[in-house]
Design a protein around this ligand. Structure first.
Ligand SMILES: [Zn+2]
Length: 143
C-alpha cells in the first residue's frame, strides 16, 4: 500500500504567521468586508471601495474591494442597475493597491497541516492577546 510520506512543506505556525492581519481576519470570519454587501438606500453615495461603470452594453460593471484585506471582486448588474440573483462573482488574483499582497495557502499545505478556520481564529486572537489582556476588567469581588 502506497503511503504519502511527504513532510509538510512548512510548519503550521510559520504559514499562519505569514498571513497579513486583514487577510487573517477575513479567513477567520469566513467572509470579506465587501462594500456592496453594505449597500443601503439611505446612503448618499456608493460606499468606499465600490465602483460602478456603465458599459456600452448598458449594464453596470461593479468592482468591490474588501475594506479589510483588499481582495477585489467584480460582477455585473443588469440595465437599470438590477441585481440578478444568478450573478456570478469573479475574483482578481491580486489585492487592491495599498493592501498587502494576497497570501495563498496552497490546498496541499492546508490539508497536510490540518489548517482549519479555527486555526485562523486562533491566530487572530494570538495576535490580539495583548489588547485583550490590557483592556480586560478585573473580576468583580464576590465577598
Ligand atoms: Zn477580505
Amino acid at each position: 500500500m502506497a503511503q504519502d510520506i511527504r513532510a509538510p512543506r512548512r510548519r503550521k505556525a510559520d504559514l499562519l504567521g505569514e498571513i497579513p492581519d486583514g487577510q487573517l481576519i477575513c479567513r477567520a470570519m469566513h467572509r470579506h468586508d465587501f462594500p456592496s454587501d453594505r449597500l443601503d438606500p439611505r446612503m448618499r453615495k456608493l460606499p468606499k471601495g465600490m465602483t460602478a461603470q456603465l458599459t456600452r452594453e448598458g449594464v453596470f460593471q461593479i468592482t468591490d474591494t474588501c475594506q479589510r484585506c483588499g481582495k477585489i471582486r467584480a460582477f455585473t448588474m443588469q440595465p437599470g442597475a438590477l441585481f440578478d440573483t444568478g450573478t456570478v462573482y469573479s475574483y482578481a488574483g491580486q489585492t487592491a493597491p495599498g493592501f498587502d499582497d494576497w497570501v495563498t495557502v496552497p490546498w496541499d499545505d492546508a490539508s497536510d497541516l490540518g489548517i482549519t478556520s479555527r486555526d485562523y481564529r486562533g491566530e487572530q486572537f494570538r495576535r490580539s492577546a495583548e489588547m485583550v489582556i490590557r483592556d480586560a476588567r478585573p473580576a468583580k469581588s464576590t465577598s
